[in-house]
Design a protein around this ligand. Structure first.
Ligand code: OGA
Ligand code: NI
Length: 259
């Protein structure tokens, strides 16, 4: 965790020129960095720099800072192992075989994306937002931070601060756990606020199905629970493109697949 935080900080400290080769625009460009959330469509800019790297099924990495690529590879592999274990638990909790989700969503080819976020001190934090309200598109997001809080989740209509224990992993359930569990697991709306004192850094790793998997509610759950499917099936890759093509106005992309 420490080496990842150092490596990402090293990347943000590169010159604009060194970073400029990663100013990609498409959601599936393997390495992208810049400011703002949907950099290409939002008129509003947010108080954040970011780096996004697709690390699985094909591994990519910026070649600077030195040694970053090795840390990134080791860290994201370890995260995949933890996520696999958590999804086994979730499968069992849904009354399915423990390997159900890992097999059905082809996790061998899972789409895994690293997102490093840098939130510098903001002179008027009440007028800015680090990251606007959103839900994560994947199955589980594993997030760490540099000891500075800022993440909030929406709970019963209110924004609640998440004050993580030092060194903890924050695990966020994403849209595709909600879809496949037919709503038994909710995808959590969250956002990041900024402060006027300290630079905050967070590193989130989004862990999704394979890009080609069509995800719909698990058939066994519909039969056992005798409740109808609440979501249409959609290829994960298409969902990603749909999510990134819309302005994020606080609404979840889930509304587009809800029946
Ligand atoms: C994200 C995210 C929150 C944070 O990267 O998807 O929600 O605390 N980050 O930076
Ligand atoms: Ni998020």
């Amino acid at each position: 965790m420490k080496r990842m935080l150092e490596g990402c900080r090293g990347f943000f400290n590169l010159t604009d020129e060194e970073k400029s080769m990663y100013n990609g625009k498409h959601v599936l460009d393997p390495i992208r960095c810049g400011s703002g959330f949907n950099a290409s469509v939002d008129e509003l800019y947010f108080w954040r720099d970011h780096l996004k790297v697709i690390v699985h099924p094909d591994f990519h990495s910026p070649n600077k800072p030195t040694g970053f690529s090795n840390v990134l590879q080791e860290y994201t592999k370890a995260v995949r192992d933890v996520v696999r274990g958590l999804l086994e638990g979730i499968s069992e909790n849904l009354g399915l075989e423990s390997c159900y989700i890992n097999r059905a969503l082809d996790l061998e080819s899972s789409l895994q994306i690293l997102i490093a976020n840098l939130y510098p001190p903001c002179p008027q934090p009440e007028l800015a937002m680090g990251l606007p309200s959103h839900s994560d598109h994947g199955l589980l997001t594993m997030l760490i931070e540099n000891g500075i809080s800022g993440l909030q989740i929406q709970h019963k209509g209110k924004w609640v601060n998440v004050n993580a224990a030092p060194g903890a992993f924050l695990v966020n359930t994403g849209d595709h756990v909600e879809i496949l569990s037919n709503g038994k697991y909710g995808s959590v709306l969250h956002r990041a606020v900024v402060n006027d004192k300290t630079t905050r850094m967070s590193i989130s790793v989004s862990n999704g199905p394979s890009p080609e998997t069509i995800v719909s509610p698990v058939q066994e759950l519909l039969e056992n629970g005798s409740c109808p499917a609440a979501y249409i099936g959609m290829k994960y890759k298409d969902y990603l493109e749909l999510q990134q093509s819309n302005k994020l106005d606080g609404n979840s992309c889930l509304n587009r697949v809800r029946i």
